[in-house]
Design a binder for this molecule. Structure first.
Ligand SMILES: Cc1cc2nc3c(=O)[nH]c(=O)nc-3n(C[C@H](O)[C@H](O)[C@H](O)COP(=O)(O)OP(=O)(O)OC[C@H]3O[C@@H](n4cnc5c(N)ncnc54)[C@H](O)[C@@H]3O)c2cc1C
Length: 395
């Protein structure tokens, strides 16, 4: 059995960061992954340019059963630390929108940077390693793979969540946590497009390709000001991806297509314009046609006529339909297209400073396998860098 100080399972964002940091401290580190390539999710992230962090990282941008849990790691290894690393490696980057930082060239730059950091720190990376079993061995662990057996003092689980099984996602980390008696919170797809209810397909499917700025709001009052995109399968775009993480099955999502008060303004500015014409100047025309044909409009008896002819009660109804358009999704596209997995290893089981399991000394969980999910926009990678770095200081 080959002896290592540290074994990290998962050569993704969190695992690479942790392995490099531990190696820098002189620890002998083995990084195992069952895939053929290192950092596959990083490579396909951000449309191939990797949205690697965000200028505005803050704990409130993370979903976690214990919202305080993320504070320590995010404060110890910040977005500025990661930006400094990117700059040290001479990687050109830019802010796209809302503080989101992307590589100018390719996400491969970030993977190459992390591999270089690991190489400099003497980390051994072994791909195509399927983990057959993990057992406690004294104060450490034994790890048996398809072709070898190892022992280690510290074991770090960085195997990620369930999204995108095609590129290697597995439930390994959750099962391992349960094997060691740790609680795992229910998982579900996050940052994911919505599908439609059968009754919405006739009016909304023809809108595929239509995109517009909206405010999306979930039942718990969370709001995101971003773009909504209609697709052949349902609705997507950043507004939908963001709100999907706050959505519970069966609930409606509300979209502010036009802010309240805009119609009143329209009535005073263009009293003789018909509603449909006026709306056509405010919203994409195809969307206007589809909205007026929908049941909520016909049920409210809203017919097309000059704006000045609407009585105050009708104005209130129209304003409500436009400023809080309710859509009840059929579901989500699921892990096939989700960017992240909500839920995971319960943070109550872990030290927020080191990520070590409180009741299993020397066992660590970092990255997406933990019940921490960030907003769209570089927040999820920053969590992986911060958690990986924090564990890397102590393993
Ligand atoms: C399409 C897409 C685009 C994204 N874009 C962004 C973005 O631009 N910005 C952002 O912040 N976030 C983005 N994300 C989310 C981000 O990729 C994840 O939050 C992040 O990769 C999580 O890092 P991790 O190290 O925990 O897990 P991962 O990066 O998923 O790494 C886990 C590793 O563990 C390995 N593994 C899994 N099971 C086993 C096993 N049984 N044995 C051995 N190895 C195993 C996997 O092969 C993988 O290499 C995106 C996600 C997707 C799917």
């Amino acid at each position: 059995m080959k002896a290592w100080d540290v074994i990290v399972i998962g050569a993704g964002a969190a695992g690479l960061m942790c392995a490099a940091e531990a190696g820098k401290r002189g620890r002998r580190v083995l990084l195992l992954d069952h895939g053929k390539r290192i950092g596959r999710k990083i490579i396909m992230s951000g449309g191939g340019r990797c949205n690697f962090t965000n200028y505005f990282i803050e704990p409130s941008a993370f979903l976690c059963e214990n919202p305080h849990f993320v504070k320590s790691a995010l404060a110890r290894y910040t977005q500025w630390d990661f930006i400094a690393l990117v700059e040290k490696h001479g990687i050109a980057y830019h802010e796209k929108t809302l503080g989101q930082l992307f590589c100018d060239d390719s996400a491969q730059n970030i993977v190459d940077m992390l591999i270089k950091e690991c190489e400099t720190a003497g980390v051994t990376i072994k791909l195509r390693s399927n983990i057959d079993s993990v057992d406690q061995l004294g104060a450490g662990f034994s790890v048996t793979t398809n072709d070898d057996q190892y022992s280690c003092q510290s074991l770090v689980v960085a195997s990620g969540g369930l999204s995108m099984p095609k590129i290697g996602a597995s439930a390994f980390g959750y099962k391992l946590a349960e094997q060691f008696g740790l609680k795992v919170l229910p998982t579900r797809a996050g940052l994911v497009p919505f599908t439609l209810q059968p009754e919405d397909k006739a009016t909304l499917e023809p809108l595929a390709g239509v995109s517009l700025p909206v405010v999306a709001e979930s039942e718990d009052g969370t709001r995101f000001s971003e773009n909504l995109l209609f697709t052949h399968r349902g609705v997507s775009g950043p507004a939908v991806l963001q709100i999907s993480s706050y959505w519970q099955a069966g609930e409606p999502v509300r979209f502010e297509l036009l802010p309240a008060g805009r119609l009143a303004q329209g009535i005073s500015d263009h009293p003789n314009q018909e509603l449909k014409t006026w709306l056509g100047h405010q919203l994409p025309k195809r969307l206007v046609e589809a909205l007026l044909a929908r049941e909520e409009w016909t049920r409210a008896n809203i017919t097309n006529k000059p704006l000045k002819q609407y009585v105050p009660k009708e104005v209130a109804v129209i304003e409500q339909l436009l400023s809080a358009w309710p859509l009840k999704p059929g579901g989500t596209e699921g892990y096939r297209t989700a960017e992240v997995t909500l839920g995971g290893v319960d943070t109550d089981e872990l030290s927020s400073k080191t990520m070590m399991a409180k009741k299993v000394p020397n066992l660590y969980f970092i990255g997406e396998v933990v019940d921490v999910t960030g907003w769209l926009g570089g927040y999820n990678f920053q969590w992986s860098w911060s958690a990986g770095w924090s564990a890397g200081q102590v393993v």
